[in-house]
Design a protein around this ligand. Structure first.
Ligand code: NOJ
Ligand code: CA
Length: 560
């Protein structure tokens, strides 16, 4: 299937995130790899995808699941080779699936050759100036240079002696100490990332997901400014925060856009930027990355009020840049939506996870029903839909991973306050029996729970009503039902029900409540996330209801 040259192909695409280490293992070493992805092209095709986005597969010591990159222009030998990558890319392209790779520009790993050279060099040298080194405070420089916080450690500064350095300086890392931040005021850094983008674009890569896109540029003027409040969503709207969402970063993205536009069709990019919605339009402008993740839906609970608010705000703000909106219910950093929605909204999810899932009851089926209904709703909206591997199986978060097996620095470094993100990164179950449920012929780098058997691709393929079968049908239908990027709301007379339609008579109705909703006769029912019923008794979030047509936690698609 030839890929189209339409430069807008991404605007309403379905993009599937692959976490390569946990997708499919081809050689039995317990780690998913590139050949594993190639072996599942039929599976990916069965989901009617427009593209896949691969989380980092570059050489890495995995201090942060691969977001600590040793070399941006190679494949981790544990995951394969560049020629395996080329083969995978060609085969995906043959079936009409494009490929995004993850670019991690805010920081490298401490094993990157530039960082090793920096540590081995004198203060003030060109080699050190690619990163952010400073003298410490205190009589002997024994205190960090500023109060900047890190995501994965109390301070964003580590002493260079921890990396073998001998000059009594400190280096900056907004994430783990193994992730030193680049100095983006250094033109050498900028040039090297252009080289990396070109390296992958020349190989045929279609798009880029940009990690920590609101980072990179910092206020490095002396004396270093304090960062007393945690940045991110609280940052001001002025673009002069110390560490995040600074105006200067947009100059970088403008130069990236020039490079993207040299290709046909232009390469696509999506920003991971946790910024205020008012600022997101800058990142997604056509002069810059073109698209930005809209994380508000990730934060929303399964409720009509939450969803409606997020949809209205997101569409308004994405309109400001001329981009299309992105919708996602999860990714490799978030609790699985089936679990999130299977807990009451009031539950402290981190405490629940830390307790091994014992502080509150989990409504296992109700959570899955809500998650699949939520997915069908976002798929029907104008814009791009992102699916995270395993979401199509309705997987729950894996809890109770023994401490000795935890990999996530969020837990290991961050004062062990949160067990971290491993629970959504457990290797996928492909079969109901066998070693590592068909993930590979050996083990699995994170332990898989017994219940994975029931969620395997094998079992779910056999059942028409499984999450997988529901996703397959929805994603295929979505392609035939889509048209222009408009939508209109319809009154439902029920606070728990949302109803919107798209220009070609595609109606989507979601019942978030515990009762039944009668949607009348609008046309042909083409799909629903659960069977519709004339009457029945359903449990959702512990509530019991009788009667109606659209059951609780269900989405229906109708063609008028
Ligand atoms: C965002 C990525 O999604 C996350 O997994 C990672 O830990 C941080 N950026 C740091 O790169
Ligand atoms: Ca492997």
């Amino acid at each position: 299937m030839a890929l189209s040259l339409d430069k807008d192909w991404w605007r309403q695409a379905a993009i599937y995130q692959i976490y390569p280490r946990s997708f499919k293992d081809s050689n039995g070493d317990g780690i998913g790899d590139i050949k594993g992805i190639t072996s599942q092209i039929d599976y990916l095709s069965s989901l009617s995808l427009d593209a896949v986005w691969l989380s980092p597969f570059y050489p890495s010591a995995l201090a942060d699941g691969g977001y600590d990159v040793d070399d941006y222009r190679d494949v981790d030998p544990k995951l394969g080779t560049l020629s395996d990558f080329d083969e995978m890319l060609a085969k995906l392209h043959e079936v009409g699936i494009r490929v995004f790779v993850d670019i991690v520009p805010n920081h490298s790993s401490n094993r990157h050759e530039w960082f090793k050279a920096a540590i081995a060099s004198e203060p003030g040298s060109d080699a050190r100036n690619r990163y952010i080194f400073r003298d410490g405070k205190g009589a002997n420089g024994e205190l960090p240079p500023s109060d900047w916080p890190s995501h994965f450690a109390p301070s964003a500064w580590s002493h260079e002696s921890t990396q073998g350095g001998k000059h009594n300086q400190w280096y900056c890392h907004l994430f783990a100490p193994e992730q030193p931040d680049f100095n983006w005021d250094n033109p050498e850094v900028e040039a090297d990332f252009l080289k990396t983008l070109r390296f992958w674009a020349d190989r045929g890569v279609d798009g880029f997901r940009i990690d920590v896109a609101a980072g990179m540029k910092k206020d490095l003027s002396e004396p270093l400014r304090s960062q007393a409040t945690y940045p991110g969503m609280n940052n001001p709207l002025t673009g002069d925060d110390v560490l995040f969402d600074r105006n200067e970063v947009h100059e970088v993205f403008k130069s990236w856009r020039k490079l993207f536009n040299e290709y046909s069709p232009p390469r696509v990019a999506v920003a991971e930027a946790y910024v205020r919605p008012e600022r997101l339009a800058l990142y997604s402008s056509p002069d810059e990355l073109g698209q930005a993740f809209n994380f508000d839906m990730l934060e929303a609970y399964f409720s009509a009020t939450d969803y409606k608010k997020v949809i209205d705000t997101s569409i308004k703000h994405s309109g400001a840049s001329g981009s299309s909106t992105t919708w996602c219910l999860n990714n490799h950093d978030q609790m699985r939506p089936a679990t999130k929605y299977g807990l009451l909204a009031s539950v402290d999810r981190i405490r629940w996870k830390n307790s091994g899932g014992t502080t509150h009851p989990l409504d296992i089926n109700g959570g899955i029903h809500a998650a699949v209904a939520g997915s069908m709703l976002i798929m029907a909206l104008p814009g791009c839909t992102y699916i995270y591997q395993g979401e199509e199986l309705g997987l729950h978060e894996v809890v109770g991973i023994p401490e000795s097996e935890i990999q996530d620095p969020q837990y290991l470094r961050n004062l062990k306050a949160d067990l971290g993100r491993d629970g959504c990164r457990v290797p996928l179950p492909w079969t109901s029996t066998g070693t590592s449920f068909g993930f590979g012929s050996g083990g699995s780098h994170l332990p898989q729970p017994k219940w994975f058997a029931d969620y395997s691709v094998e079992i779910e393929t056999e059942h028409d009503l499984s999450p997988l079968s529901t996703f397959r049908k929805a994603l295929a239908l979505r392609k035939t039902l889509q048209s222009t990027e408009e939508m209109s709301w319809h009154e439902t007379g029920d606070d728990d029900v949302l109803h919107f339609s798209r220009p070609n008579g595609w109606h989507c109705i979601t019942n978030f409540g515990g009762g039944f909703y009668n949607f009348g006769n609008l046309g042909e029912v083409v799909h629903s996330s659960q069977p519709l019923a004339q009457s029945g008794i359903y449990m959702a979030h512990g509530k019991m209801s009788v009667g109606g047509e659209l059951p609780p936690a269900t989405t229906v698609w109708i063609k008028a």
